[in-house]
Design a protein around this ligand. Structure first.
Ligand code: UD1
Length: 378
């Protein structure tokens, strides 16, 4: 069974790691990675492939940066051509990026079975490009791999036409695989940090970075917060900070570093006092690390982390951010880790995905597997 996995951005590459490991176990799968090239800097992509020992992509479409339509359309055309040549039994798209949407649409229109990993995540905020991507993807996927009960419930409420399967979260699989390597990393020494005495800060979402007022508020709060904030700087944020005239040297407790690899990021998080972030993935990594999270958004897909008392939504309100930082650094004790199975599965989500794929593809034998790539008028 040939399966194509479409990636393009850093978090999608991380999600692909456990999938590749699970699929290479039984010998049933031949996996080809299509990289759209949405992320192209070494630290944003190649570094992840190296750290996670992933096979090189079968192709890189080099779509690069652009408007949402440009990026999605360029990726779609390239993926469609690849599907036509490669004739896979299924296409898998992890996550909710423009690359994921492009892979989903190209696959659905070529009539190749489509599996969406991380299906059913919802913020119910259509101003987020990712929410648009997720909803469209979930309505054209054949197999919907839901990471949590809550995401499964969202898919059921929307009566998606495909088959939802509750698998757990592949990011949790990855977290469990790499946590001990993260603890052996010397990242703290390299950065001259003491465990428990700093916050990990990440900011990259367009709704924060492309809005100058929100970006200014975030960095105002960081300057006033009584903690060192370590910021692995996303290229998008670097550009926006320069354009907004936010000078890092005017924030003495801000320590800006280059984007780090996955293992270094886990090391930083696992030893931090708290995370301050607008990333979905960091909210979950912090949760699994037992580190409280302050989320610079008005909503989150990962409501489980809020329900567990480990995550607070503050938007970009300076006072709310400062209150939350004080609360977690001087205030209440952290909730004790629960011994019951967590909401993100048992660390074997990728194996469940591989099993579901085998069942689905074998069950579909007899139905046309040949990709259909025709013009609109055909
Ligand atoms: C994308 C995803 C987001 C995901 C994030 C992870 C969409 C809509 N968004 O946002 O869901 O959380 O990836 O990082 O798909 N840039 C570089 N070098 C790179 C990549 C980006 O310089 O390697 C700069 C460019 O100026 C580019 C900007 O960052 O215009 C934004 O890149 P974009 O492709 O929109 O992705 P992200 O913002 O990273």
């Amino acid at each position: 069974m040939k399966v194509v996995i479409v990636v393009g951005t850093r978090p999608q590459i991380i999600k692909t790691g456990p999938l590749i490991r699970a699929m290479s176990k039984g010998g049933e799968f031949e996996v080809e990675i299509v990289h759209t090239g949405q992320h192209y800097d070494y630290q944003m992509t190649k570094l992840m492939f190296e750290e996670l020992s992933l096979p090189d992509p079968a192709t890189n479409l080099n779509v690069g940066s652009g408007t949402h339509a440009q990026q999605t359309a360029d990726a779609m055309v390239g993926i469609e051509r690849f599907i036509e040549r490669s004739k896979p039994s299924a296409v898998i798209v992890p996550g909710d990026t423009n690359s994921a949407l492009a892979g989903g649409l190209a696959s659905a229109k070529s009539r190749v079975p489509l599996g969406h990993v991380e299906a059913g995540a919802r913020s119910y905020d259509m101003s987020m490009p990712e929410e648009v991507n997720r909803r469209l993807l979930d309505h054209c996927s054949d197999l919907l791999f839901a990471p949590t009960e809550n995401s499964l419930g969202n898919l059921q409420k929307e009566s998606v036409p495909g088959k939802p399967v509750l698998t757990g979260d592949v990011m949790y699989d990855s977290y469990l695989t790499f946590q001990s390597r993260a603890d052996n990393s010397n990242e703290l020494d390299l950065l001259d940090l003491a465990a428990g005495e700093y916050a990990v800060l990440t900011v990259h979402r367009s709704e924060n970075v492309d809005r100058r007022d929100r970006l200014e508020e975030i960095f105002k709060a960081v300057r006033l917060a009584d903690i060192t904030a370590v910021l692995p700087l996303h290229p998008r944020t670097k550009k926006a900070m320069m354009e907004a005239g936010i000078r890092p040297e005017s924030i003495p407790n801000l320590k800006i570093i280059e984007p780090v690899g996955y293992i270094e990021m886990l090391c930083l998080l696992r030893h931090s006092a708290l995370a301050i972030t607008d990333s979905g993935g960091v909210q979950k990594d912090a949760f699994w690390s037992g580190v409280p999270c302050i989320t610079l958004r008005e909503n989150t897909e990962w409501v489980e982390t809020i329900q567990a008392g480990m995550n607070t939504l503050v938007g970009t309100d300076v006072q709310k951010i400062l209150h939350a930082v004080r609360h977690w650094t001087y205030g209440l004790e952290r909730p004790a880790p629960s011994s019951s199975p967590g909401p993100f599965g048992d660390g074997h989500a990728s194996e469940k995905i591989a099993e579901s794929l085998v069942q689905y593809i074998s069950g579909n034998k007899g139905q046309p597997q040949t990709p259909v790539v025709t013009g609109l008028g055909a």
